[in-house]
Ligand binder design. Structure first.
Ligand SMILES: Cc1cc2nc3c(=O)[nH]c(=O)nc-3n(C[C@H](O)[C@H](O)[C@H](O)COP(=O)(O)O)c2cc1C
Length: 416
């Protein structure tokens, strides 16, 4: 039987089918939204032999104007020479390449061209043509550049902020007691761990006069810069400079002299000062007390603050009577002063709520029970070591590197 494909009828059918396929390809190239160009690799300087309608729309040049020319005519003063060098090297080495570079339309307007060039090889593997695909990516490029600039500005601002925060943290640390005052028969220690660079916790032990130590621990609502600013200004208001400190007041009999203010007077005055500052949404909890070095009596006021915890007769117990309203919430609050006598071997622990309320990754709080259990179990350690030990347990409880609140501890021990 004769092979039907070799008949004249079959040959004419094949030719028609081939022509139809070619026309389809031509229509596809012509209707592409992208620019499509073909350059002849066999001719010197790779001149264009084809440019589709997409290229005409994109560049404003008619195909007839560009055929026979190398496509570098789209480049201009703003075109990056490095991008052109990448193109040149790829074409010389017969490699495919994609580059985004600035090109210019016939009317001179610039546009960002994402250009892909692919070599076309014959059956023997020799490169006969290059196909170029041009896409206008101006909007995308400008948006990307704007984003990059915004990110750079943000990064620069964040660096400045980090430097400022580190400086603020240094100021805050410089306000902590460098060393604890020496008191015969007593031991005093503290630990301070802000959750960020700066925190809202503050504490101090101050030699108010020859007989008394002023002891405070406070926790400003929130944390970060605004909390730290308030805690820094509070440390000035609670200093040993009688003229400007809330810890002293004019003596009853001699108003030109300063006398020690009782804790209830200090806290009441602070509350009067902060609760009247309308529009300020910050408040703080605190314990302020006077330790009488001769009698080992501690007179104190708690303004909504956690504790203190009293270690007495081998066990740590919270002092339930403490409590009160945080400073700065309501004007006219009446505070109650309490007193506790330290027996030999007793310890008084003060902490901010960052200790009992520290959360583990499951959201569970460290809890007062754990605090009491550790303080009781570690009773035979030196005071400083007991505090470090508690701090370490809290650190292990919270997710590594991410405590959610500042944590501070202060403790007084009457030697056994
Ligand atoms: C098919 C093809 C299309 C090209 N299309 C562009 C184009 O749209 N824009 C452009 O800047 N360069 C284009 N080029 C690159 C330039 O023609 C030229 O190769 C490049 O500028 C590097 O060579 P030169 O250093 O000799 O100028 C194309 C090249 C080929 C082969």
């Amino acid at each position: 039987m004769r092979d039907g494909r070799h008949s004249p009828v079959a040959a004419s059918l094949d030719t028609r089918r081939l022509r139809a396929q070619l026309e389809l390809k031509n229509r596809a190239l012509a209707s592409s939204a992208e620019g499509i160009t073909i350059a002849d690799a066999a001719l010197p300087d790779n001149p264009l032999i084809y440019a589709n309608a997409g290229f005409e729309r994109l560049t404003g040049y008619a195909a007839a104007e560009v055929i026979g020319r190398n496509c570098r005519f789209l480049q201009g003063p703003g075109t990056d020479p490095e991008a052109v060098a990448v193109l040149r090297a790829a074409i010389q080495n017969r490699r495919a390449v994609t580059v985004t570079l600035l090109n210019y339309r016939k009317d001179g307007t610039p546009f960002w061209n994402r250009l892909s060039i692919t070599p076309v090889r014959d059956a023997a593997g020799a490169v006969t043509h290059f196909i170029g695909v041009q896409s206008d990516v101006t909007e995308e490029k400008l948006a990307k550049d704007a984003l990059q600039h915004a990110n750079e500005r943000l990064e620069a601002a964040s660096q400045v902020m980090k430097r400022d925060m580190a400086a603020a943290a240094a100021v805050q640390r410089s306000l902590l007691p460098a060393e604890m005052p020496f008191v015969a028969g007593m031991r005093i220690a503290y630990r301070f761990e802000p959750c960020g660079d700066v925190g809202g916790d503050s504490l101090n032990v101050l030699p108010i006069d020859a007989r008394h130590l002023g002891v405070y621990i406070l926790d400003v609502s929130g944390h970060g810069v605004s909390a730290a600013l308030l805690s820094v200004s509070l440390s000035h208001m609670l200093s040993v400079e009688p003229g400007r400190s809330f810890l002293y007041q004019a003596c009853a009999g001699n108003p030109s002299q300063y006398c020690i203010a009782e804790p209830v007077q200090v806290v009441t005055r602070l509350n009067r000062h902060f609760a009247k500052a309308t529009g300020v949404s910050q408040f703080f909890t605190m314990i302020y007390g006077l330790l009488d070095k001769e009698t080992a009596e501690f007179r104190y006021v708690s303004a909504g603050h956690f504790g203190p915890v009293h270690f007495h007769c081998g066990a740590a117990q919270p002092i339930q009577e403490a409590g009160g309203i945080p400073v700065g919430l309501f004007p006219g609050v009446t505070y109650e002063q309490h007193s506790i006598s330290l027996s030999k071997g007793d310890r008084l622990y003060f902490s901010t709520d960052g200790i009992p309320e520290a959360e583990n990754p499951a959201g569970e709080q460290f809890s007062l029970d754990r605090v009491l259990e550790i303080l009781t179990r570690k009773r035979d350690l030196r005071l400083e070591e007991t505090l470090s030990s508690l701090m370490q347990c809290v650190g292990e409880w919270t997710a590594p590197g991410s405590p959610s609140d500042d944590a501070s501890l202060l403790a007084i021990e009457r030697s056994a």
